[in-house]
Ligand binder design. Structure first.
Ligand code: FE2
Ligand code: FE2
Length: 295
């Protein structure tokens, strides 16, 4: 896939990255705050609005272009980490330079979302590395600032190299993905094997895998699972890929489940005061991570 052949509309179909997250929230409303899931799902599918059309277009592109070869290309392009090197806090400020068409009066910026997620984890008395994970988990969205299309940065992630589950949102759009017709990739196991473990599985490319690769030598294993699989909704919510998980994955996924509500349900209209929180997070970063990270 030649990225340069994409139009601006195909690169950035969403007005802002939050449109994807708002859409996930519609799909997985906070328990106790919504109708039973099956009704919510029906409403979700039928809901008619320009934003929904935008999100649908986003998924059409995501499902069309995220092929096994595309993922391997992105891995070799970005896992060289030759783009930038800076302290983590600066990387967060860099992420916050991401300006899109979100509404500045109602939408939180990236740093505010990360701080709200982390503060909600902290308020529940979880270990400090869990708090740090909440703070870091979307740092990989800096990919957008390197000119990557939105559908290669955010969106539900899924395994590539094997059949696409119909539990992935908008599965019908995989009909346009060449891997769906490739015999190497279109069977239940594809290039993988029974319970081979997710460590052997390539996921669709985005901010989750990228940040995992940046932090993998520094954070405890449950933190790395939270980072690497937080957008893998077809597994942590729908259990669609149990056949690829090994014992270690099964032991770790409860942490991904534990993390997800903080990501989805911690958004509050009251923005955190960054200057008050910065010293605590600077200490936490220094405790676990090197002075600078390479992006
Ligand atoms: Fe995320
Ligand atoms: Fe997030």
């Amino acid at each position: 896939m030649q990225q340069q052949t994409l139009t601006q509309q195909e690169t950035n179909p969403l007005a802002s990255l939050e449109q994807w997250e708002d859409d996930v929230l519609l799909r997985y409303p906070e328990p106790g705050c919504a109708q039973p899931t099956h009704k919510a799902k029906e409403a979700y599918r039928n809901y008619d609005s320009p934003e929904r059309d935008t999100v649908r277009e986003f998924y059409r592109l995501n499902h069309r272009y995220q092929t096994f070869d595309f993922v391997r290309e992105k891995e070799s392009e970005f896992l060289k980490f030759d783009k930038k090197e800076m302290p983590v806090w600066n990387a967060m400020e860099f992420l916050n330079t991401l300006v899109d068409d979100s509404d500045p009066d109602t939408d939180l910026d990236q740093l505010q979302h990360l701080l709200q997620t982390a503060e909600a984890i902290r308020a529940d008395g979880h270990p400090d590395w869990f708090v740090l994970t909440g703070f870091l988990h979307d740092m990989g969205k800096v990919l957008c600032l390197f000119g990557e299309p939105q559908w290669a940065v955010v969106g539900d992630t899924f395994p590539v190299g094997c059949a696409h589950s119909d539990k992935i949102v908008y599965p019908e759009y995989f009909a346009a993905n060449p891997d769906s017709y490739d015999e190497r990739y279109n069977t239940k196991y594809g290039v993988y094997s029974h319970h081979c473990g997710l460590k052997n599985v390539h996921m669709s490319w985005g901010h989750d895998e990228y940040l995992y690769q940046i932090t993998k030598n520094y954070l405890p294993e449950p933190a790395l699972y939270m980072i690497r699989y937080h957008s893998f909704y077809s597994q942590h919510r729908e259990k669609a890929y149990d056949h690829l998980l090994d014992d270690h994955d099964r032991a770790m996924f409860p942490w991904v489940d534990k993390f997800n509500p903080y990501d989805l349900y911690s958004k509050s209209p009251k923005p955190p005061v960054v200057s008050e929180l910065k010293p605590y997070y600077e200490d936490l970063i220094a405790k676990y991570l090197p002075a600078t990270v390479r992006l």
